[in-house]
Design a protein around this ligand. Structure first.
Ligand SMILES: *Cc1c(COP(=O)(O)O)cnc(C)c1O
Length: 405
């Protein structure tokens, strides 16, 4: 008789977005004439750029013709895309990453989630707090996190690294040494960025301790400040201690078509075993990446036309984020983020919890955001607002919040 993986039973329910959904439905029922504005969106809203659509159309036509048809893609992804990635994302920044170290995939979320399969169940995992839930959840399912304490919202065997106002939302090096360290910068949900010098400290620490950094750079395109690194490989020594995840979701609008990549440098060797060769065998398959049509779309992201169009989209979301940040700061709120990421991390007024602020904002302004406590214990007292909505709605929402006084 078959048995299930009991670790799945340990996962606490994902109450955050279902609770938000229920509260919003109840509000809409009671206030049928009030327009609800959602500033909690974690998905892009702008359409794919014309250069990307053009590339997809051409690739679709190729698929319908015997001479240009494409079946299974090569195991790392098509070379045209991996070469474009290396040129655009690494060589341009003086980083030594080769095309055969790039693994094209159907998005960063799966890769962030699956990467832990390469590692022994005894590895100790460290995460930022608050954090994007995928890192912890995937380790829970693998049985690496110990027991859950509902009162604190923490797992016994996970090292939580608090990201607070005091440390600028960048954690200090942990006292207890972790084996696997998840870092995401620019950060979701806090919108915080890390400087090159700060990230170098993490790289030095990992190399010294024999730890591995799993670096999520999904929001790299939103970086506006000079001293913020676009990739961890801008740091010296990162080739021997870091895997990097990138996505085409937030920079180019691929959340629905799916495309990402993971960099596994060939210098990553553990006990004589190459992580690169292990990742090539993931899920027992030689290839689980994206379709030809989508990889051609990804290539278009690096064309001159593509870059110009995407710059406009990023600027659109960042204009919204800046509007939220400046508007709320002007109304007396303490706000963080919104400079190198489309997320604004608002400090809720003293004496209120994240959920109380959520209820108040919905009730009095008809505006929906995300309670910070949903991302981890250190998120309590904060609230996430995003620039992914329309400019008109963003302006309207900020106006309503300002009027609350
Ligand atoms: C949106 C997001 C991603 C992107 O995931 P995809 O699967 O590529 O869409 C990755 N990491 C973080 C932290 C994100 O917020």
């Amino acid at each position: 008789m078959y048995k299930i993986n009991d670790n799945y039973q340990k996962l606490p329910g994902s109450y955050l977005f279902s609770t938000i959904g229920k509260k919003v439905s109840a509000y809409v029922k009671d206030h049928p004439d009030q327009e609800v504005i959602r500033l909690g969106i974690g998905d892009v809203t702008q359409p794919l750029a014309p250069s990307i659509i053009g590339a997809m159309h051409r690739a679709v036509d190729e698929m319908g013709c015997a001479e240009t048809f494409h079946g299974y893609a090569p195991e790392l992804g098509y070379e045209f895309l991996r070469e474009a990635i290396v040129k655009g994302d690494y060589e341009a920044r003086g980083c030594h990453i080769r095309a055969d170290e790039i693994f094209v995939s159907d998005g960063a979320k799966c890769d962030c989630s699956n990467i832990q399969e390469l590692f022994h169940v005894d590895n100790v995992v460290a995460v930022c707090d608050p954090v994007y839930p995928v890192y912890v959840d995937s380790n829970v399912m693998a049985g690496r996190t110990g027991t859950y304490d509902a009162a604190t919202g923490m797992w016994s065997d996970v090292i939580y690294m608090p990201c607070t106002e005091e440390n600028g939302f960048c954690p200090v090096l942990p006292q207890k040494t972790p084996d696997l360290i998840y870092l995401c910068y620019p950060n979701n949900p806090t919108g915080a960025a890390i400087t090159r010098a700060e990230l170098q400290r993490w790289v030095d620490y990992a190399n010294e301790k024999g730890a591995l950094i799993l670096y999520d750079a999904a929001y790299e395109a939103y970086i506006s400040q000079e001293d913020v690194p676009h990739t961890i490989y801008e740091c010296e020594g990162a080739r021997t201690c870091a895997i990097e995840f990138k996505s085409f979701s937030k920079n180019a609008g691929f959340t629905g078509v799916r495309l990402g990549y993971t960099v596994v440098p060939k210098d990553l060797v553990c006990g004589g075993v190459s992580l690169h060769s292990m990742w090539a065998r993931r899920h027992g398959t030689k290839y689980n990446g994206a379709p030809y049509i989508i990889q051609r779309a990804g290539e278009a992201v690096y064309s001159e036309e593509g870059r110009a169009q995407l710059k406009e989209q990023v600027a659109y979301y960042m204009k919204n984020a800046a509007w939220i940040r400046d508007g709320l700061a002007g109304a007396g709120y303490t706000v963080y983020g919104g400079v190198n990421a489309p997320y604004v991390w608002l400090k809720v007024p003293a004496g209120m919890t994240s959920w109380e602020f959520f209820d108040d904002l919905l009730e009095r302004a008809g505006v929906v955001g995300t309670p910070g406590s949903g991302f981890g214990p250190s998120g309590e007292g904060y609230f996430r607002l995003t620039g992914f909505g329309s400019y008109e709605n963003t302006q309207k929402a900020v106006e309503r919040i300002r009027k609350l006084g």
